[in-house]
Design a protein around this ligand. Structure first.
Ligand code: S3P
Length: 429
């Protein structure tokens, strides 16, 4: 669908951003392999998380979803049943990679498929270690691409040194190890988001964290629990940047997840000069959260690299837009993982923002942006990537003239209410 987007004067109001995508996926998955009932509040009803629900329903788990409330009737991993048709993960990398870890312990064959974007994304980062743990996996490109066929059994523990900082890789291996034999550990080059570790503990598992290494013993049975999902900081990011770059704006974002492995965007925006204040922060909960208030701010360029990258990997498209409105140069490096996201996000960000007049260059592992440049309306495309669609929509707010966004429906992958919420706080007089 092509959506016409018009410039706006300011944003003013309060937004309850949707539930965290990473946490919503995990709540359904862990609830499905736990014994007993799991109730979830604040679940993200985006397409990706609905794909996770439908995959586990196909594996025989009773899951009832009503808006943001979900009830999962877990019967333990041995209660999963052979699916009668392919498990379609849609656009969701988290669904396929974590599910492969779980299926490494099921003694039946499953076939996993996904959309055109998933078909291009590398799966050997999880299939290789899972094969070492004993799973039999076949697929296109020697088990690197969907459709993938997996037959599990009892996974054998491994000590895995991951070449990349990836929570999906770490989680897949830990999930395989949890129900397997012996000890499993994963060591990462840089710490990635730790939602799996936190939530496994909430489900009663014993996990050991030691610097960049996480380990657990096999043969642990999860117990159903209640999960409160905080708002997704990756969704809040679009309004944080919108609030900073759109004149005369003031936005309050309610109950945003503030897990330190995810808050790189706040560090970077503050370093660039954004005025962000925190309110009602709850640090006690297994996943910390709080309200964020953002004002229109004068931004300056910055350097984003190294350990910071995994803490804001999904926010780089919207940070790139912020950099076009910042004085001076912004350099983003060490972010080669962007090339294997829903699209090659280095290419799509650079190509689409260039069409709107930005001074932005791609590098092998990031981008270089010079600001501040006025943006102009253009014909742009999300290429089916939700985060590119939302970044371009925020860009259209400050552009001169109308913007026409192709494949705008992609935003529903993680933020179905995005356009409604943006319209609700738009002030044009
Ligand atoms: C996610 C991990 C990240 C992130 C993705 C969600 C997760 O991917 O980009 O949107 O929920 O574990 P990688 O593990 O590939 O870095």
């Amino acid at each position: 669908m092509v959506k016409r987007l018009t410039p706006i004067k300011s944003l003013n109001g309060t937004i309850k951003v949707p539930g965290d995508k990473s946490i919503s996926h995990r709540a359904v998955m862990f609830g499905s392999i736990a014994e007993g009932t799991t109730s979830i509040n604040g679940f993200l009803t985006g397409e990706d998380c609905l794909s996770t629900i439908s995959c586990f329903q196909k594996l025989g788990v009773a899951i009832k979803q009503e808006n943001e409330h979900v009830i999962v009737e877990g019967k333990g991993i041995k209660g999963l049943q052979p699916p009668s048709s392919d498990l379609d993960v849609g656009n969701s990398g988290t669904t396929i990679r974590l599910m492969l870890g779980i299926l490494a312990n099921t003694p039946f064959t499953s076939v996993l498929t996904g959309d055109d974007s998933i078909a291009k994304r590398p799966m050997n980062r999880v299939t290789q270690p899972l094969k070492q743990m004993g799973a039999r996996i076949e697929g296109r490109d020697s088990g690197n691409k969907v459709p993938l066929q997996i037959e599990g059994g009892t996974a054998k523990g491994i000590h895995y040194h991951s070449p990349i900082a990836s929570a999906q890789v770490k989680s897949a291996i830990l999930l395989a190890g949890l129900e397997g034999e012996g000890t499993t550990s994963v060591t990462e080059p840089v710490k990635s988001r730790d939602h799996t570790e936190r939530m496994l503990e909430a489900f009663g598992a014993n996990i050991k964290n030691d610097g960049l290494t996480v380990s657990l013993n096999g043969g642990q049975q999860l117990k159903g629990t209640h999960i409160e999902v905080p708002g997704d900081i990756s969704s809040a990011a679009f309004f944080l940047v919108a609030g900073a770059i759109i004149p005369d704006s003031l936005i309050t974002l309610k109950k945003v997840g503030l897990n330190p492995t995810r808050t790189g965007i706040l560090d970077v925006l503050q370093d660039m000069g954004a005025q962000i204040t925190y309110q009602d922060v709850n640090e006690e909960s297994s996943e910390p959260y709080g309200d964020l208030v953002i004002h229109t701010s004068r931004l300056k360029g910055t350097i984003i690299k190294g350990n910071l990258i995994p803490r804001l990997i999904d926010e780089i498209p919207i940070i790139a837009l912020a950099a076009t409105q910042a004085e001076g140069q912004t350099i983003i490096q060490d972010a080669q993982e962007l090339r294997v996201k829903e699209t090659d996000r280095i290419e799509t960000v650079v190509n689409q923002l260039k069409k709107m007049g930005a001074d932005i260059q791609a590098t092998e592992d990031g981008m270089i942006i010079h600001g501040k440049t006025p943006l102009k309306g253009a014909n742009v495309d999300s290429y089916g990537d939700h985060r590119i669609g939302m970044m371009l929509s925020v860009a259209s707010c400050i552009a001169e003239g109308d913007t026409f966004l192709s494949n705008s429906e992609a935003v529903a992958v993680s933020y179905p209410a995005f356009f409604d919420q943006l319209n609700a706080i738009t002030k044009n007089n």
